[in-house]
Design a protein. Structure first.
Length: 67
């Protein structure tokens, strides 16, 4: 399972959370607007980062801004 090793991957880039106004999911408990996060993996639609709880998670790209 490749996704089990993502936490140990090198950082691809750094992104900043710009909002947590989710329509469907509750993300305000795991992301903080203004905080920067290291991207460990990326798809067309999602960034995979280590969130505020210390867990690897995937979030839609519209929550973030590239630096």
């Amino acid at each position: 399972m490749l996704h089990y090793t993502w936490e140990n991957n090198t950082t691809i880039k750094t992104i900043t959370c710009v909002h947590v106004n989710a329509k469907k999911y509750k993300v305000n408990s795991v992301l903080t607007p203004g905080n920067t996060y290291d991207v460990k993996n990326e798809t067309e639609e999602f960034y995979f980062v280590i969130d505020d709880t210390g867990t690897m998670a995937g979030f839609l790209k519209d929550y973030f801004e590239e630096q």
